[in-house]
Write a protein that binds this ligand. Structure first.
Ligand code: BDR
Ligand code: CA
Length: 317
């Protein structure tokens, strides 16, 4: 049986690849896509989520827009990484449909009432924190939260913090302390699983999805070439999705993690007790090692497999 998932995202180049990977993977059933302000405004990332589903012909999967800003602090976008549209690079067609007339948090609650689900959270954690605040019962219906965010050892938006956690540190702390089974896929592993321009370009001939990814990568790689001196890019969010498709790609350790919600130098840092210095019980499964080549092979073969075919729940059944 495929694992039913909701992907909560802010597309975003790597979010787009994460969605395509999920759509191409029979191990997963994508029950809904919810959006949150992060890489760009809520309007832009929601339109982008629909556009990505359009690329795969996945017109039966509901998309709902969520929080337009973090819980406490002002919204900050990542145009320097993802451009003004949030998906700069490919030609962007108008999205084929409006999002559902329901807030993302209410759609999550509705679906969780029907059956237990796994949440894959690859943007700021605002929607997930709001879900837990407004519908506390939902905690018992969430099988797992697999989140892309944080790092044991580094930052990408500040020296100390990773973007998703830094954007809404208060929401992230709410999620880590929720008691739910949380898997943290952070920069420690995503920076060791990178897509080269050659592999991305090699997808172009496979069809519409492959060409879209090649165009996305051509833009996304510029930021990485400038900052890290290498045009190979982490595909952060897709690695979180891949961990559900092929769990052996990641080595997870049960560890205690807390988020620095102070306004100081280390705001947004995930403080992970790697060497058990606090005596606190583990509250999350933290990814500490990755089969980077295995991940890139999986990502490329699945995206290539999308070809021109249409993906919808009925088509996949
Ligand atoms: C995370 O931040 C966003 O820019 C990406 O989409 C990813 O979710 C990486 O730090
Ligand atoms: Ca993201």
């Amino acid at each position: 049986m495929p694992t039913p998932v909701i992907i909560d995202c802010d597309p975003g180049h790597d979010d787009a690849m994460a969605l395509l990977l999920a759509l191409a993977s029979p191990e997963l059933e994508l029950a809904a896509v919810t959006t949150v302000a992060g890489n760009q405004t809520i309007e832009k990332v929601t339109a982008n989520a629909v556009r990505v589903l359009d690329i795969a012909g996945a017109d039966a999967i509901p998309v709902a827009a969520g929080a337009d800003r973090p819980l406490v602090h002002p919204a900050r976008v990542a145009s320097e990484v993802h451009g003004e549209t949030g998906l700069d690079g490919p030609e962007l067609l108008p999205p084929s449909r409006e999002p559902e007339p329901v807030h993302a948090v209410e759609l999550m609650a509705r679906l969780l009432r029907e059956r237990p689900l796994t949440l894959v959270a690859v943007g700021p954690l605002t929607n997930v924190a709001l879900l837990l605040a407004l519908h506390p019962w939902a905690a018992d219906r969430i099988e797992r939260i697999v989140l892309m965010g944080g790092a044991i050892a580094e930052g990408n938006v500040t020296p100390a913090a990773e973007f998703n956690i830094w954007c809404d540190a208060e929401a992230a702390q709410r999620v880590f302390s929720s008691g739910i089974d949380v898997a943290m896929v952070g920069l420690d592993v995503t920076h060791r699983a990178r897509l080269t321009p050659q592999r991305a370009e090699g997808l172009r001939a496979s069809g519409r999805a492959g060409a879209f990814v090649a165009d996305l990568h051509a833009f996304y790689s510029r930021f990485h070439a400038t900052i890290y001196g290498d045009a190979a890019t982490p595909v952060h969010d897709a690695l979180a999705v891949a961990s559900l498709i092929r769990p052996a790609l990641l080595h997870l350790e049960p560890l205690h993690a807390e988020v620095d919600t102070s306004l100081g130098l280390c705001r947004g840092r995930t403080v992970v007790d790697r060497w058990r210095r606090t005596g606190l019980e583990p509250n999350s499964q933290v990814a500490v090692d990755v089969d980077g080549d295995g991940f890139i092979d999986l990502l490329c073969s699945r995206i290539a497999s999308l070809g021109e075919r249409r993906v919808s729940p009925s088509a996949r059944a």
